[in-house]
Design a protein around this ligand. Structure first.
Ligand SMILES: Nc1ncnc2c1ncn2[C@@H]1O[C@H](COP(=O)(O)OP(=O)(O)OP(=O)(O)O)[C@@H](O)[C@H]1O
Length: 263
């Protein structure tokens, strides 16, 4: 099975400080990974490497079989779908939801009088439907609620039919209903054998969609544990990762964690 992502001893150093340190991690086709870790652990930095926007200071990173540094990233990037809060500021608020998704097909953020293929438009509509956004295609992106915006960004990330889908905190800021709706949709995607390899960053085990297979736990830039969810996501590892004693429960493919009572 070929590797979708292969990081070997990757460190990212800024101002003399390692934001991620000696990370070795590989993602194979068909795998769905969650990256768990506290604020400032280096999760987004790792995702920036995985999306080819950041080069490691030391170590090597290969994405979809292409080694960073030896590949034209502009050819690589359409093969990677990235949805994260950093994208929101780059997208015009007055653009319709449909155009927001469509422009991804051309590696752009805004329409500039392009003639879109009807097959592209059908795909954009199909993806918006998949994410529960069919009713919103003509709405201005800037008028969407947080949850609607997140779902639009995921549809956008899928537009190029990527081989790797990276989701940075897709459920952050959603209310309970919004979170559960998103987790269910991501769960359906995770279980689709045609769907790309997936990596999702989160702070909360409650947000791990059913069908996700692996977890990478990081703390202070270093990998604490990595492997299949059922062996790796343990109360011990979770407590070490977040730096306090935690209990962990699993019910029908969903997880929940709680701090132990004081005293
Ligand atoms: N360009 C930079 N220069 C210096 N430090 C940086 C830079 N970018 C990020 N950092 C620091 O690196 C650390 C890791 O940041 P990162 O955003 O990867 O963490 P994270 O795990 O995604 O955090 P959060 O959960 O809060 O989003 C943080 O302490 C952050 O302040």
């Amino acid at each position: 099975m070929s590797d979708v992502l292969e990081l070997v001893d990757v460190s990212v150093v800024r101002d003399g400080r390692a934001l991620v340190e000696q990370v070795s991690w590989s993602v194979a086709e068909g795998e769905r990974w969650v990256i768990l870790g506290p604020n400032g652990a280096g999760k987004t930095t790792l995702l920036q490497v995985a999306s080819s926007y950041l080069y490691p200071s030391t170590g090597t990173a290969a994405i979809l079989g292409e080694k960073l540094g030896g590949v034209d990233v502009f050819e690589l990037r359409p093969r990677i779908g990235l949805a994260g809060a950093s994208m929101v500021d780059k997208l015009p608020r007055r653009q319709t939801v449909l155009d927001t998704v469509l422009t991804a097909a051309y590696g752009m953020t805004a329409t500039w009088r392009e003639q879109y293929d009807t097959s592209d438009e059908s795909r954009a509509r199909l993806l918006l439907d998949l994410l529960g956004m069919a009713e919103y295609t003509e709405r201005r992106f800037g008028t969407l609620s947080e949850g609607e915006r997140k779902r639009t960004l995921i549809a956008r990330a899928l537009m190029t039919d990527p081989e790797l889908l990276l989701l940075d905190e897709p459920a952050a800021g959603l209310d309970l209903g919004g979170r559960e709706d998103l987790v269910r949709r991501l769960g359906a995607l995770a279980r689709d054998p045609q769907a790309p390899a997936m990596v999702m960053v989160t702070h909360h085990v409650e947000e791990i969609p059913p069908g996700f297979t692996h977890v990478l736990m990081i703390r202070q830039g270093k990998v604490l544990a990595a492997g299949p969810l059922q062996d790796t996501l343990t109360p011990r590892n979770l407590s070490l990762c977040f730096g306090l004693p935690l209990t962990l429960e699993r019910h029908a493919d969903r997880w929940s964690a709680r701090g132990l009572p004081l005293g």
